[in-house]
Design a binder for this molecule. Sequence first.
Ligand code: FES
Length: 121
Amino acid sequence: MGGEERGNVAYYDALMKRFRRGRLPLADGGGLRRGSQVTVLVDGQSVVAFEGESVAAVLVAQEGLATRMTVNGAPRGIFCGMGVCYDCLVVVDGVPNTRACMTAVQTDMRIDRQSGVSSHS
Ligand code: FES
């Protein structure tokens, strides 16, 4: 990749710059396959997602890592990624306190970053 040797800092810096925004590229010709493309609404914006992805994955692929704001205005996001910490709460199709990491995207799903406790817009 770009002439850097695997294992040195420049290699990983270049790798992180490449993956900073958006989804990780999948290798061609076998291995991991992405699901069918679907469209969801994230905070009112139409976003491309893929069947099999979690809502958390869709949010990470967008700008900003915060999934919600606490009642004190502190941002929270994906922490454990396995349904334990409840830091990733979002509003899905009007249902507040939905764990983004445990919810699979579906076509036309509406996802809103949550503000405060169990509030929704
Ligand atoms: S990231 Fe911990 S419950 Fe979702």
